[in-house]
Each structure stands twice: as C-alpha cells, then as structure tokens.
Write a protein that binds this ligand. Structure first.
Ligand code: PA5
Length: 438
C-alpha cells in the first residue's frame, strides 16, 4: 500500500514560498523540542516512540482476549469518552463503513459505545439491546474516575452480573486503565478483570495506538499489526526528514500556522467518504484540546461532502473568510457499484452511466476545491491511497506528530487540557458531589 501524501497546489494564491521559508526554522525548532523532550508537557511524549516500542506480547494478549471474547459475544460494548473512545471509533467506523457493510470478514462482534454520553434514553436503548444479545465489555479510562464512563460502567456491570452471574461477568470484562491508581484500577483488581495499562506518559487523545484503541479495533475484526506498521512507517518519515517538501507532518504544521497568522482561525477537515466522519471527530479532539488554550488556537471544524455542501456549502463559498480547508481525499474505493443505464432517461443522468461513482465523486471533489479556492478559501489535500488499516495507521501518526509540532510553533503546551475541568467542577457542585460546595 502506498503512502499518504500532502498536495499543496491549491494554496499557491494564499501562501507563498517566502512565508514557508520564514516559518521553517520555527517548525524545525518545534520538531527538535518534541523529539528532544525539552518543551512544555514533555511528561506526555510516550506516544512518540510507541508504535515501534509496542510490546509484541501485549499485542498477542490482545489477540488472545479478542478470540476468547468473540467466541461468546455478539456485541462488544466499549465504554469510554474523549481520548478513551474517539480513536477506536474513528478507526472502526472508517474500516467497517457507515452501515457496517464494508467489513467482509469473520465472526466478530458488533461494537457499540457507552460512557460517551449521559443521555438516559441512550442507556435505555442500549440496555434493550443488551437484554437480547450475548455481550462483553471493555471499560476504558486513564484516570479511572471520569464520571460519564463510571456511570455507564455501573449500569452495564449490574446488567452483566444479573444476566450471567458475577463470576462469568468478570470473565467478560476487560479494563484498560492506569497501572497503579484510580477507581477503575481498584475495581478491576478487586473483581479480577483482565487488565491492560494506559502508559502514564501517553495522554488520552494520543492513545489510539495503545491498548485503548488496539483492543476495540481488534475486537471489531481489524488488523492491528497493519495499523501499527502504517504508524511505524509514518513515524520514520516524520522523525528522519527535516524537509518540509518530504515530511508531510512538518509541511502541514507549517501551513496551518502560516494560515492562522494570516487570520484563518478555523480549519475545516473535509471528507468525501462518510466512513471518515468519526476520524474527523477524533481529529477535532486532538487539535482542539492540544491547541485551544491561552486565548489561542485554530478552531477545528469538520464537514462531510458532498452531504454538507447542501447545508454548509453556502457559508464556505460566500460567508466570512476565516477558514481554510483540509481535504482527506481517498483515491481508490474498496468496492464498485455500477450506475444502471435507463432507456427513458427521465432523470437526465444517462450521461453519467459510463462513469464510476468514484470518478463522479472525484469530480465533485475537484469542482468543490476549485470553487472554494475561487471563493477565497485555501485548500490543503491529504491524499489517501485507500481506506485500510495501514493507511489509517499512517494518518493517525501524521496528525499526532504534526499536532505536537504545530502546538509548539503556536507557543502552547500541546499535551495538557486544563480547560476540560471547568464544566466538571460546576456539574459536581450542582449534583452535590461530596467536597464540592453548592
Ligand atoms: O484527552 C484527554 O485527556 C481527555 O479527552 C480524556 O481522554 C477524557 O476526558 C477521558 O479521560 P479518562 O480516560 O481519564 O476517563
């Protein structure tokens, strides 16, 4: 499988080479800071070497647990929120398709999610499903104390124990959490659950290539070796090359900072493949939590085209010029679907009949890029050869590395998230949590 690559040809009227030359030193300095561990948040750089240093025995244990649980579960509930949820969902949905129908193989359970919401109706629906299906659970929380997954786990654990008895329920639960502390760690020890460790030095939004993402992705029937191999190959490129032309992560970090300094405060990550919808959700957390602080940072936004061209297209074309667009462009589809010939041609689309849907989609993409450039929106294209584990592994590492570099160029600590606490404190006070005054 070929590599992902960055296409900057549609930026020529927005960013000139002198601007890139002048930011290049800052980008290289940021890269040195990241790799040397000399910047802010350097306690959280465990993700940088992780794909290469991943323990083969941990991967084998994951596969063994998947085989054991897949034999007895038709549904697999993944409980987690934010960085303990979005990466797995991004990869699983990208690979299985929006309707789940692109996943050709095997006897793997259907993955459903919990702990990412406090909606009562959602849990009613989930419990109805779990009443009918054999299931197993992964509960994922680095701190082990986050309210949303704790509430979800309390509900699901009680249901599971009632359905199978406490001993069998314990066999069906895997906990992924801190090695030494936290409520989830303590529950897992007490109940004898199978446990995986989230390394101390890997923050939630950078954890998809640890057991946090690997276990659910393997459970859904996808090849985690290929995912890791894509990440390793991209890591090599990101680490070894100091050339903006050859190193897509450095070029992306440079471009978004040049554009930001020129007033482009919003980045829209765009796809023409709806199966990448959750990839954008993962990316939004990665960049939003890493850069949105100290009154600074590009606002990450996402759109699915052509769907959203019929809702947000007007704004992008003619609204305030505060954005740039990053298009995830997929070259080859996995499957083909023919457009039938119709003698009567009442809908007038016989002219498309000789073309593949992908050719039509690619022309929609090119037409959109041209229109948006003409309308004053800079466009960067990330070309993906297809959607497969190896490519997604590359894409994940590319975005992570670029995020670390870009955050340092912006001048923030890309690895903390102090602002996430504010809503929690209010919520705890309102709910009367002990220790939080009304
Ligand atoms: O990136 C982050 O740190 C957050 O999004 C966390 O992942 C999220 O809040 C969940 O935290 P935890 O895994 O501790 O339950």
């Amino acid at each position: 499988m070929k590599n992902i690559s960055l296409d900057t040809q549609h930026l020529s009227s927005f960013v000139d080479s002198s601007e890139l030359n002048s930011i290049q030193q800052e980008v290289l300095e940021a890269k040195r800071t990241l790799l040397g561990g000399t910047g802010k948040g350097s306690d959280f750089l465990g993700w940088v070497p992780f794909p290469e240093e991943v323990s083969p025995s941990m991967v084998e244990n994951i596969k063994a647990d998947v085989a054991r649980l897949a034999a007895k579960a038709r549904v697999f509930v993944v409980i987690g929120i934010g960085g303990s949820y979005l990466g797995a969902r991004a990869v699983i949905e990208a690979l299985q398709g929006e309707l789940g129908g692109l996943h050709a193989g095997g006897d793997f359970p259907k993955v459903v999610y919990a702990g990412h919401t406090l909606s009562e109706d959602y849990y009613y629906e989930l419990m109805n499903l779990l009443d009918k299906e054999d299931y197993a659970v992964a509960v994922i929380s680095k701190s082990g104390t986050t309210t949303e997954p704790a509430v979800a786990f309390r509900i699901v654990k009680a249901h599971l124990e009632k359905k199978y008895g406490r001993a069998e329920a314990a066999e069906r639960i895997v906990a992924i959490t801190d090695e030494h502390r936290g409520a989830l760690h303590d529950i897992a020890q007490e109940e004898g659950y199978r446990m995986y460790v989230i390394p101390d030095n890997v923050g939630g939004r950078f954890s998809v290539l640890t057991p946090v993402g690997l276990l659910p992705i393997a459970m859904a029937g996808f090849d985690i070796d290929r995912l890791l191999s894509g990440a390793c190959d991209m890591r090599k490129l990101c680490v070894e090359s100091d050339s903006l032309e050859d190193n897509p992560a450095l070029m992306y970090a440079a471009l978004r900072n040049v554009l930001y300094r020129k007033g482009r405060k919003v980045e829209m990550l765009v796809n023409f493949e709806p199966r990448l919808r959750y990839f954008s959700e993962w990316w939004k957390q990665l960049y939003g939590e890493s850069e949105g602080k100290e009154g600074k940072g590009i606002l990450p936004h996402s759109l699915c085209f052509t769907t959203d061209l019929h809702s947000m297209g007007q704004y992008v074309q003619e609204g305030e010029r505060l954005m740039f667009e990053t298009v995830m462009s997929v070259k080859n589809p996995q499957f083909s679907v023919a457009i039938p010939w119709d003698e009567r041609n009442l809908d007038g689309i016989n002219y498309l009949q000789q073309k593949s849907l992908t050719e039509i989609n690619h022309n929609a993409e090119l037409g959109t890029i041209m229109a948006h450039c003409d309308g004053g929106v800079p466009v960067v294209r990330i070309e993906l050869p297809g959607i497969a584990e190896y490519v997604l592994g590359q894409l994940i590492y590319f975005f992570e590395f670029a995020c670390g570099v870009s955050g340092y160029v912006l001048g923030v600590n890309p690895f903390d998230q102090p602002g996430v606490e504010a809503y929690k404190k209010n919520m705890f006070r309102l709910l009367g949590k002990p220790g939080y005054n009304k």
